[in-house]
Design a protein around this ligand. Structure first.
Ligand code: HEC
Length: 109
């Protein structure tokens, strides 16, 4: 090994990156649960105000595609009156947003 310092630095960087990648559960709790509820039923103060659908219900799940789910996170959602009801999610890397789609699907009971 010619440059052990470089290798060590790279290893530390790789470990640090892995440690900061949040799980879908952690992202859900931090970025989504205040509106959608920890369980996805949408029975929060915000959820009731915004008329959020029950994501544990098969019917609610059938009303949007995976692509629409990802779009909702990336671009946000506007209600019928043109008001933003769900803001675009900020501070979550694209691969972690993508990982939230199967997480949302798994909320179905
Ligand atoms: C400010 C409150 C709020 C937050 C925070 C929020 N949402 Fe939403 N979300 C809404 C509202 C309002 C709707 C539209 C009504 C509905 O579909 O139930 C919605 C709809 C959705 C939909 C359905 C998409 C569609 O096209 O109808 C998905 C999937 C979703 N949200 C996932 C998430 C995920 C994942 C997060 C966290 C990364 C999140 N939401 C954070 C309020 C929020």
């Amino acid at each position: 090994m010619k440059n052990p310092t470089l290798l060590t630095t790279m290893l530390i960087l790789a470990l640090a990156t892995a440690a900061t990648a949040a799980t879908p559960q952690a992202n859900w709790d931090e970025h989504c649960a205040k509106c959608h509820g920890t369980d996805g039923k949408g029975q929060t103060k915000m959820g009731k105000k915004l008329g959020i659908r029950d994501l544990t219900d098969a019917k609610g799940q059938a009303e949007f595609t995976d692509a629409q789910a990802l779009d909702a996170m990336k671009k946000g959602i506007t209600d019928k009156k043109g008001k933003t009801s769900m803001k675009a999610i900020e501070g979550v890397p694209p691969d972690e947003l993508a990982a939230l789609v199967p997480f949302v699907r798994a909320l179905k009971q």
